[in-house]
Write a protein that binds this ligand. Sequence first.
Ligand code: 9GP
Length: 782
Amino acid sequence: MFGSKEEFKEHFMRRFEQQTEEQSPQTAYAVLGDMLREHIQEDWERTNTRYAEHKDKQLYYFSIEFLIGRLLGQNLLNLACYDLVKEGLDELGYDLSEIEEFEPEPGLGNGGLGRLAAGFLDSLASLQMPGHGCGIRYKGGLFTQHIKDGFQTEQPTDWIRETGSLDVRREDLALDIPFFGQAGTAENAEWVKAVPYDMPVVGANGRTINTLRLWQAEPSDRPIPSTKTMQIYERETAAISDRLYPDDSLDEGKILRLKQQYFLCSASIRTILKERQFEIRELPDRVAIQVNDTHPAMAVPELMRVLLDEEGLDWDEAWAITTRTISYTNHTILEEAMEKWDSYLIETLLPRIYQIIEEIDRRFKAKLATQQLSTHDRHKLSIIENDRVKMAVLAVVGSYKVNGVAKLHTEILKQREMKELHEQFPDKFHNKTNGISHRRWLMKANPELASLITESIGSGWVTEPERLRELDRFAKDQSFHASFEAVKRQKKEQLIRHVEHISDSPIDPDSIFDIHIKRIHGYKRQLMNILHIQMLYDRIRQDSSFRPYPRTFFFGGKAAPTYDFAKQVIKTINTVAHKVNSDPLVRQHVHVVFVENYNVSKAEQLIPAANVSEQISTASKEASGTGNMKFMMNGALTLGTVDGANVEIFEQVGEENAFPFGLLAEQVMQFEKDGTYDPQEIIRHDPEIRQVMAELTGGQLTDGIENSNYIIRQLIDRRDPFFVLKDLRSYMAVHDQMLMAYTEQTRWTEMAIKNVAASGYFSSDRTIRQYAEEVWHLDRRS
Ligand code: 9GP
């Protein structure tokens, strides 16, 4: 960004002294942000001009979430001037890490889905590919979590700042989006103004700067319908970009989610087409639209609408263009996450769009009419069924490519969840195993390890992460072991400094750091982890010969505000934590820390410090997981089920360098089918599990909350749908194996090094190259 440190210092001080604000780190943050914005402006424009001149095909990644994390440090790193700026600021008496803390974290996502989208943007720009994000500029972002008396509380998060932010309001590109009114004419519609805020996405080495376009909803200048007061109209309009995933248990919430989805798709598609410099028929050769999960599946009927109503094409032409432009990624097989919207809601809110969906469904059914299909198959292939629109079916029918996000997940889609669709469109389905940004998760989060790697194998891995494999040479090198262990120790100590204020007793850096961080969900089985901890507690107190190697169990994650079971799991973790940590005997062996308000920045502190990565989802339920890859890249060993991308992690590193356990996906699916799993039988036969269940039912693990015991209801009444009790024994056994392995320090370090060496495959650069070549057909420019 600057030729030299001196140049940076001079520039910075000049700007700093012009500030009227007090000369604080906060002001320094704003000044740095302004300098950065000015610095990248030219490259940003140059990138756009280059794309236009070269007529490069552009990719637009539509996503309801972009969990971008803090940007200042990452941008400086990608511009290759992080160290220079850090040293310069140091000499001026400022600490860059402290300044970075002033950046509010944009919580524009919930978990893996949103982080994946952000990582993909980083890879696209770093690989100098023309790929941009289209999302929503939520005012609130994901809520801030506080823990009060062991319970999660939720506060709105306010992340938007006037100063220091890099995004640019593009009033010139604002457009009005109609809701309600008459199909086709939009007569009596309620209009909402969509205003884009463009955020630069700085690629590594700063040569390519792509755009993340986030849409904000504002009142339009058009007359409002006579049925509404201005106050209600303004409130409802602001709600569209107010928060991510509003509660959709009632129709009002469902309408709001639909509005968000259509708002994002319509504003983005209309702008892409308006700004184009080519004939509409060339669209599939000039533009690719990737629909990230079903939330933006409205892109299919919206693109059809524009092609039919605004561009004047006939149905067949419009359909051919749409189904050669849009591709879709499925990220889950969980029934609850497979979006289905009541027809009457879409028909009321988006009457023209509903007509188009009906027509897509009618034509597809007409095509199927000639085939011998069972009633079951016909159901599965219906876009509209029982007065509901199945967004996943719409997305598959309207796309030219459909992918799952890990090998196992894609197979489950093809063979089970979307079997009938796969039979209709065998060539559409393909796998793209997820990836993570090694720039953020290794270079930014763990510069100490990154330097050690570079000192050992050179810097080739930075641009070709698969070259991390060269580290295998050092797997048995004693002096490398010493440095590697020193880095892990340093990261553990740094983490302790960040979290010690929330822990009721000191954290031992020599203990095994066993970390389970992700959204709190039944299938992710935080419950299994905490039940196991309670069993350890019972055993230590009851068996004087059982004195296991000290472990610190970290948890972090948010429960969706309306998900009562998950909230009670948080309470259970905190109750058990308190019990364990306040017992003088037990706490020498087991320590539990719940890190509140888990987010990207916290992940950056936790992951590099981990020895053990808990990836214990019920097999078949975790589509991929990406936390598992981040841990591996930082030298943690995966203790996990044979699920999602864990399968490929085990393949890459070898099962002997990880700790797989538990039911296999096909076993889980078989139990689901035949209904023979009976958790009561396990409770009857296993005394330790019986004891922990008695503690649970007695209210000892939840501070006596009995009436609302969602956990009991799930384990007993709902017959343990996530197989927690079924897998608990093998989970305990694999923990014992892990403990044995940890005590052989040299062997452990060797395994950890092998994990880093094998992690290059999971860089999102690999994933993006595969999408670019096999799906989007983007040219790589240099
Ligand atoms: O649950 C999946 C997770 O396994 C995956 O890693 C991530 C990115 O592909 O997507 C998550 N899915 C969702 O958040 C909702 O479909």
